[in-house]
Ligand binder design. Sequence first.
Ligand code: AHR
Length: 653
Amino acid sequence: MKKTFRLFNLLLLVFTSTAMGVSQTKTIHIDLKKPKTAISPTMYGIFFEDINFGADGGLYAELIKNRSFEFYNHLLGWLPVGGVEIKSTNPCFDRNPNYVQLTFDDQLTGTGLENEGFKGMGVKEGENYLFSFYSRNNRKTALKIKVELIGSNNDIIASKTIEVSGEKWTKYSTNLVSKKSDKQARLRMMLTQTGCADFDHISLFPEKTYKNRPCGLREDLAKALEELKPGLFRFPGGCIVEGTTLATRYQWKNTIGAVENRPVNINRWNYTFDHRRFPDYYQSYGLGFFEYFQLSEDIGAEPLPVLNCGLSCQFENKDDKQHCPADALQPYIDDALDLIEFANGDTTTKWGKMRAELGHPKPFNLKYLAVGNEQWGEPYALRIGSFVKAIRAKYPKIRFVGSSGPYPDGKDFEFGWNEMRRLKADLVDEHYYRSPDWFLKNATRYDNYDRKGPKVFAGEYACHVKTKKNSFEAALCEAAFMTGLERNADIVEMTAYAPLFAHVENWQWRPDLIWFDNLNCVRTPSYYVQQMYASHVGTHALNTLCNGAPLTGQDSLYASSATDKKRGQLILRIANTAKSKQAVRYEIEGLKFGNYKARIIELSQAAPDAENTIDNPNAVVPKEQLIDIDNKNLSFDLKPQSFLTIIIETGKK
Ligand code: AHR
């Protein structure tokens, strides 16, 4: 027979509790019968940008770096051996015209290439890797190429021979099964007999990818996104949308269709920070807009593409001449309109047909579109109106997201908001990378926001502690701050932590939500906070009052709550940022006396600087208990520095 506990008793077991050191009990009053405001399903989202090698070398599972020889130094990432030359006459792919020519005559060394991957290639024992390339030669008989995976100890961990022949560019493929796991393998291909041949788009993928899509996404990283249960997926940037120059801005049309012909672009995070330069950081666009829409669908999140507004990065380009003139924006506006058609148009339209040809005849049902990333001042105001007008005229249902610049307050922020009000934008994107103190103080940020204008999209935020690590302290401050998002769900429609991914050896910016190396993935304490919110969004926020006022830091307590009318759940959140335990008691009106199931998810950690690392990925993880409770007045002690989400099964009405 199942045991039924009073929550109070159980929590005495869950949380170490002694009477000593517990402050006076706080009584929190919730009225289930009076839902305050609806919560948008998009409330807790994610923001993906190709920063920190998040796409190439990260989520996009391609293991070869510079597969098309289009980096500025065409052989970057490749170790050439013997007769190796870059050519571009009669190319295989017109938009990626360079290819490599290997000539083996009588040299001692042999001729071939080795690719170093992204700080090596992660391969797993017994797993299958799909190797392919395009080749041509002018011999009458076939030419043998030996392909090998080389382990970090220089041992050969997979090997195959492929024969190529014929004057026409032809695709060749084989598979390699790795004999062992290695984080830093590399790929070697050598001509084994004299001759000459051209090669292009040399590619190596794990066979096993997310949803088993050929040449798709790294399974562990995509799963980490799926398991976060985001309601919104913002992509592809961030600063890469702007580019340092207009020529290097993100152009979505370059990112769809055959991957071989998606023109490679430099990544602006290649050189943005002098102290963290990555000359080998480029965008292959193998993860492009079709894949982004597909991923949104796979993880059940509303897509939110961000497009360039005719401005290159305003930090880098103070001179207006570096931007597209305001009277020459039509190609940019067309890009926005065409994107909506690509996502939603029926298959008789130009771009809807293209989507169908790429394998998705059904519309992606795009509802949101942002134009501009961190834009501010007159340059943005001069341009953005034309976009709004054109989008409204053709697609009145699209919810338009405008920018309020890079900072969460100040002159430019106010100006941006006023412009967005004037233009009747649906949402305004706010960004804040701020200190723990700021996050705690800003738990009330939205309590007095103007309710008449656009809604808020907190599109990029993260708590930055001094060490810039993903510490437990940062996560706890975010959790406390987020009670203010939930409480103000009538004005805050969506949010996203930023940035999302970082490779442990290839990062430019930190903290980040998910870290990874070539084989492992680490979920940070901040990830778990996001997950605790996003897995239980609720349909309506509830008033959560202590002495008649919301708990927004009194005695270091932050609380909010929601009801999920569809699932029949009451969701309580409470963060204790104090270094001592605290006693709380919930009075829940509308919850009839009886037995209830409650799931308690607790994130707590004694050391504020505790973090999860590759070697210790589970130092800070939420702990869960499923219990029965029989009391509508819930009392318990909160651990010092802890955050709880409690889900009570109230049953569907
Ligand atoms: O998230 C990292 C960067 O921060 C984004 O590219 C940009 O929008 C912001 O400045």
